[in-house]
Design a protein around this ligand. Structure first.
Ligand SMILES: C[S@@+](CC[C@H](N)C(=O)[O-])C[C@H]1O[C@@H](n2cnc3c(N)ncnc32)[C@H](O)[C@@H]1O
Length: 383
């Protein structure tokens, strides 16, 4: 998984790939679309000085759209005092060459009297898209946690191997954003917050990027597990909750029906298909009847983010359409840290495939495109 380090978007979007993003005018640049399946946006930078907050980022603009009453963006539910939008962002346009007008999407906003930036420990910046379906609304918010509550972060090496980037600010913002987006999706489908469930499993907890945002007062409800013993030990020493080492192959060291809510961010994105089948079976075993299971996959949004030139972009989209699941290269991020026998790779999923194949174990409630960074979130219920 590669996470956008907020504030260093362009570098992250360039990533390690050697592929060159073409300009939209280049001869090979066909397949331009008016809207992407999940219109991406990012908050690149938030700076707070006294009660003044300044934010910068980008969000795909819809030409001719009428500004909502509360403005295009809000901070903790309030309108910004000043907003410049849309502004040129050639770096974003280079990545999303397939989206018409993507290079004109920047915003810069300020608010002057934000006395309490972190109510309940977190600041929320929202883009206002009135027609976002209720279950997908979490995608329209980014969350920045109060840094004063997060002094002890895992070191760079630990952060690097779970999110492909060592940026500390990005680690905190992406973790809080993923936590609260999952929480909102759960509220939409189950009417309860994540921390209201009594038995929650973070499958593939890594170094607790998301788990650290679980409320401390409810820590007895949280279990995290991972094949990376060193990261599990770090979580057990530094975070509240129960953290358990597990193997790349099932079973998990938990009895049947142990959990009411389970989430796994960027785990199915990295397992070969036969191993995925075994893990779906195993997650179904440890999930109680009616449990909600939320896991991410790399789908169309991940391809859009991958900076491929048009021919390769088209090829990947077509491969996924045709095969449903596509092996997309090896992954060495865990080498030397977890015993994975070459099972830890990169995989793309099509939504139709997930609905068809995974419904053997779960009711597929929703597949929320581009909901967790560039991942799709599959919301399922154990029968
Ligand atoms: C890309 S990282 C994401 C970590 C964490 N979920 C996050 O979002 O920060 C994938 C994690 O899944 C773990 N993992 C891979 N296969 C696993 C398995 N079969 N069971 C549990 N964890 C696994 C890896 O060790 C790694 O920590």
């Amino acid at each position: 998984m590669r996470v956008n380090p907020v504030g260093r978007l362009a570098r992250w979007l360039r990533g390690p790939s050697t592929a060159q993003a073409p300009s939209p005018q280049s001869p090979g640049a066909r397949g331009i679309e008016r809207r992407l399946v999940a219109e991406p946006w990012y908050v690149d930078r938030v700076s707070i000085s006294g009660s003044r907050l300044a934010a910068e980022g980008w969000s795909m603009a819809v030409p001719g759209a009428i500004e909502p009453a509360e403005g295009w963006f809000t901070v903790n539910g309030r309108r910004f005092d000043s907003l410049r939008y849309p502004l040129p962002r050639a770096d974003v346009g280079d990545v999303f060459w397939m989206r018409e007008g993507a290079a004109m999407c920047g915003f810069e906003a300020t608010i002057d009297d934000l006395a309490q930036p972190y109510p309940e420990g977190v600041l929320e910046i929202r883009r206002v898209v009135p027609d976002t379906p209720f279950v997908e609304r979490g995608r329209d918010s980014w969350f920045k946690p109060d840094p004063a509550l997060h002094a002890g972060l895992p070191d760079e090496a630990r952060r690097l191997r779970v999110i492909g980037n060592a940026d500390a600010e990005g680690f905190l913002i992406s973790g809080a954003t993923d936590y609260h987006r999952i929480d909102r999706a759960l509220l939409a489908v189950a009417g309860r917050h994540l921390a209201d469930f009594d038995r929650v499993l973070d499958w593939g907890v890594g170094c607790g990027r998301v788990a650290r945002h679980f409320p401390a007062a409810r820590a007895q409800a949280l279990t995290g597990c991972d094949i990376d013993a060193d990261n599990v030990a770090w979580c057990a020493a530094q975070l509240r909750g129960r953290f358990v080492h597990c193997a790349i192959d099932p079973p998990l060291p938990f009895p049947d029906a142990s959990f009411d809510a389970l989430y796994g961010i960027s785990v199915f994105t990295h397992l070969q298909e036969p191993m995925q089948m075994r893990w779906l079976e195993e997650l179904a075993r440890v999930a109680a009847g009616g449990a909600i299971v939320a896991v991410t996959v790399h789908g169309r949004t991940a391809i859009d983010f991958s900076r491929q030139p048009p021919a390769e972009h088209r090829r990947l989209v077509e491969e996924v359409r045709r095969h449903g699941i596509v092996f997309n290269g090896t992954n060495s991020q865990l080498d030397g840290h977890a015993d994975h026998h070459g099972e830890y790779v990169n995989v793309l999923h099509g939504a139709d495939y997930v609905r068809r194949v995974w419904s053997r174990w779960f009711d597929i409630l929703h597949i929320l495109p581009g909901y967790i960074l560039h991942h799709d979130l599959v919301m399922m219920r154990r029968r």
